[in-house]
Design a protein around this ligand. Structure first.
Ligand code: PMP
Length: 425
């Protein structure tokens, strides 16, 4: 039996695999990965943004190996030097005053913890989330996920209402100008708050990740904040995809929305461990310390993942990879826009830094084109390029999120391969 057949026989059907003939990645270096058949790929998806800086970054490998040579254990019951050090650095970077940091092993758990904190702080189980959102796969995280394709149950224990503002290609607010769209979404939010019991929090991704790298027009989140502050509703920024400089101009996604101040609660995961499982929550002490019982996370903050996080973060900052994301991402967006102008199926190339979406439609319409997205993914792979896809119920947005150390030459090479794949599909 092939590995694919063995996978199918033992792993749940709902664990999605890319490609008609899925690949087994065996090793990587820089922005390249190799599969078990010896094929080499340029990696424009970083394992869904988990490889933040580069594959096989020597500093991370060294830090992990050294820690593994000392001891492999995990417990928040004992003092843990790398955990305290990484927490200090993240607290200082977060922009949140009097910040406390709690580490988890995934983004799902980070959002779960954020919900625990917000609902306890506000003594209300009512939360707001954005349409088309994705926040994870636990029982509560699927309950704040407005993307049906990734929300396998409607039986969440949370009370959630979904707010307009995520997607505007289709639906009642399609075709409005930015100012009209913001005014309509704010009026909708005010109306919702007027008809709802006390709300604990609104959770939002600064750029919707799984939802297709789409973000609301500048000014929407600031306008939402103004309304929510008046009602005492907390703002949770899910930075699982947008954190650590990925958006180029800013270190956090929340900063990329003009007029939007620091969130009350910030969640992170994915890239900070460069492939090791690091997630976490940052909040003001007043919110973070509001739980009235003990809580621990056995694997959250384990010394080996913290060692990886510290080495990775140092590399990111010392080499200004945020600046690199801005420069190389800017060039890549320009290049992709030039290519898109010649491909009728491309509706839009959008993005910030190295978080770039290419939305595909049936030519001449605004209709999603999932078959084209699947075909481009396959063709890119044949050309030696790995990309992702996403975007609402009909997955028709190509997602590009390479390691932040991407070079100009690699950006050019990837754009060439993608151009060929788009023209063929
Ligand atoms: N939030 C966002 C915005 C995400 O993109 C993801 C993962 N795709 C998660 C939360 C969940 O993270 P994890 O898969 O580590 O649980």
């Amino acid at each position: 039996m092939s590995l694919f057949e063995r996978h199918r026989a033992v792993i749940p059907d709902w664990v999605a695999l890319y490609y008609r003939s899925p690949i087994e990645i065996t090793h990587g270096e820089g922005r390249r990965v190799w599969d078990a058949d010896g094929n080499r790929y340029l990696d424009f998806f970083g394992g869904i943004l988990t490889t933040m800086t580069a594959h096989a970054l020597p500093e991370v490998t060294r830090a992990v190996t050294e820690q593994a040579g000392r001891i492999l254990h995990s417990s928040t019951l004992y003092l843990n030097r790398p955990m305290v050090e990484l927490a200090e650095r993240i607290a200082a970077l977060s922009g949140i005053p009097d910040a406390r940091v709690f580490f988890t092993a995934s983004g799902t758990e980070a959002n779960d913890t954020a919900l625990l904190l917000a609902t306890a702080h506000r003594r209300s189980p009512q939360v707001l989330a954005m349409r088309n959102s994705y926040h994870g796969r636990s029982f509560s995280a699927v309950g704040i996920t407005g993307n049906r394709a990734w929300s396998p149950t409607g039986l969440s224990p949370l009370q959630t209402l979904y707010v307009h503002g995520g997607v505007r290609t289709r639906g009642p607010f399609a075709g409005l100008s930015d100012a009209e769209f913001i005014a309509a979404c704010v009026a909708d939010l005010e109306d919702l708050l007027g008809h709802t019991r006390e709300v604990a929090a609104l959770i939002a991704e600064p750029v919707q990740g799984v939802g297709g790298f789409t973000s609301p027009p500048d000014g929407l989140y600031a306008a939402f904040r103004e309304v929510l502050d008046r009602h005492g509703v907390l703002w949770i920024s899910d930075e699982v995809q947008t954190g650590w400089g990925r958006t180029g101009d800013h270190f956090w996604g929340w900063q990329a929305h003009a007029g939007n101040g620091p969130p009350d609660i910030l969640t992170f995961a994915k890239g900070i461990g460069n492939g090791m499982s690091v997630g976490g929550v940052v909040a003001r002490a007043e919110i973070m310390n509001g739980l009235d019982a003990n809580s621990i996370s056995t694997f959250g903050g384990s010394p080996i993942t913290m060692a990886a996080g510290l080495a990775n973060l140092s590399h990111l900052l010392e080499n200004d990879l945020q600046g690199n994301a801005r420069r190389v991402g800017g060039l890549l967006i320009e290049r992709l826009r030039a290519i898109a102008a010649t491909v009728p199926a491309v509706r839009e190339v959008r993005g910030r830094g190295l978080m770039i979406g290419v939305e595909l439609v049936r030519p001449g319409t605004d209709e999603a084109h999932p078959e084209a997205a699947a075909a481009v993914l396959e063709a890119a792979r044949e050309g030696g390029l790995l990309i992702g896809k996403g975007g609402g119920h009909d997955t028709s947005v190509l997602r590009i999120a390479p390691p932040l150390s991407l070079t100009v030459a690699e950006a050019e090479e990837g754009a060439e391969i993608l151009a060929g794949a788009l023209r063929r599909a």
